[in-house]
Design a protein around this ligand. Sequence first.
Ligand SMILES: Cc1cc2nc3c(=O)[nH]c(=O)nc-3n(C[C@H](O)[C@H](O)[C@H](O)COP(=O)(O)OP(=O)(O)OC[C@H]3O[C@@H](n4cnc5c(N)ncnc54)[C@H](O)[C@@H]3O)c2cc1C
Length: 397
Amino acid sequence: MTDATSLVDERVQALLADLDPRSTDQVEFRGCQYDLGLAWVHFPEGYGGLGLPPVHQRRIDTALYQAGARGPGVRHFFGLTMAGPTIVTNGDDDLRRRLLRRAFTGEDAWCQLFSEPGAGSDLAGLSTRAVRDGDEWLVSGQKVWNTFAHMADRGMLVARTDPEAPKHKGLTYFALDMHAPGVEVRPLRQITGEAEFNEVYITEVRVPDGDRIGDVGDGWRVAMTTLMNERTTIGGGGGAPPRGSGSIAEAVRIWQEEMTDHDPAVRDRLMRLWIEAEALRLTNIRAGQNRRAGNPGPEGSIAKLKFAEINMAIYELCVDLLGADALVGFDYELRRTEGLGLTGPPGSSRKMFLRARANSIEGGTSEIQRNILGERVLGLPGEPRIDKDLPWSQVPR
Ligand SMILES: Cc1cc2nc3c(=O)[nH]c(=O)nc-3n(C[C@H](O)[C@H](O)[C@H](O)COP(=O)(O)OP(=O)(O)OC[C@H]3O[C@@H](n4cnc5c(N)ncnc54)[C@H](O)[C@@H]3O)c2cc1C
C-alpha cells in the first residue's frame, strides 16, 4: 500500500469514526469530508483536497458509499463537476475559501451561464456585457439552455468586458449571485415535456469585483477549465461505473425480460452496442488513471463524443425492441426535473430515447468535439476563422 493510499484510508476512517453518514445531515457530513481533504482529493490541502492524483477519489467515494453515505444529489452537480475545478484552478484564495466548501456541501447549488441565443458553439462570440463601475460590474444580457438555473444560488457567468478586443480576448468570468436583483429565470420545455433548463435574463445586475474568477479579459481561458471538465463528466470520464451498467443494462433487461422473439440479428446489434459501451467504459477508466493531476485535457472530447453516439444508439435499440409498446405509457406533462440523468432507471427508455437526442448537443455538439479532436489531439489544420483577430464590435452578427 502506498503512502498516499494509507493517508486516504486514515482520513476516511477518521471521518467515519466521527460521523455516521446514515444519520448525519448531508451538509455536515460533506463539510467534514471537505475539511479532511476528501472532497476533491486532487485539489490542494486546505481547499478540499490532499494534492493527490484524482484516481484516489474512487477509493474514497467507494468506502463512503459502502458506509452508507448518499451520493451527491442534483444540488451538487454543477458545483462538484465544473464550478469547483474552475474556482480552484483560476480563483484567488478569497474566492476559494468563500465558494468551494459551500459548492461541495450543496449549500450553494450552481448552474452554467455560457450559451446565449446568438452564441452556442461559437461561445466566444457572446454578447452579455459587463461594464466596470468602481468595485462592481454592471451586467446585462440573456443566457439560454441553463440547466437547473431555477434551483441555483450561483451561476458560472462569462460576459464581455471589452468589445474592442478580438472575441476570445474580451471576456471575463464571474460567480454570479443568482438571487441578486435583476436576475430572472424562466423555464424552457423540452421534447420530454420536462423543463430541466431555462433562459436567464440578466438586467443591470451588480456583481462585486471580488466575485470575478481569473483576470479581466481572461474569461475564455477560465471557461476552458469548465468545458473540459464538463465534457469529461458527460462522457462518463469522471468515475468508473460498473461493467454493463447505464443504458446498456436497460437494453439487456428489455431483451431478457420483455422479449419472447430473440432474433439473432437483433442480438448481434445488442452485442455490438454492449461491446462499444464496455470499450468506452474501459477507455474512460484508463484516461482517469493516466491523469496524474489537474484538469482533463482535450482528450475529454473522445468520451463526450462516443458517449453521445452510443447512448443515443442504445436508446434507439430499446424503443425498437419495445416495438409498439414504446409508443404508450409516456405523457408530456410539464415538470420541473428533480434529477439529472443521462441514463435512466429500468422502464424509462421511452422518455430516455427522447432525452438522449440532447446528448450530441449539450456540453458542446458532436461536430465541435470532432473539431477539437482534429485540431488539438490529432494536430490537423484548424478551421478557417476569419473573425479571430477582428475587434468583437466589428464582427458582423
Ligand atoms: C440538454 C441541454 C442542456 C444544456 N445545458 C446548458 C447549460 O447548463 N448552460 C449553458 O450555457 N448551455 C447549455 N446548453 C447549451 C449547449 O451548450 C448548446 O446548445 C451547444 O453548445 C450548441 O449551441 P447552439 O445550440 O447555439 O447551436 P449552434 O452553435 O447554433 O449549432 C448549430 C449546428 O451547427 C453546427 N456547428 C456550429 N459551429 C460549427 C463548426 N464550427 N463546425 C461544424 N459544425 C458546427 C453544430 O454542431 C450544430 O449542429 C445545453 C444544451 C442542451 C441541449
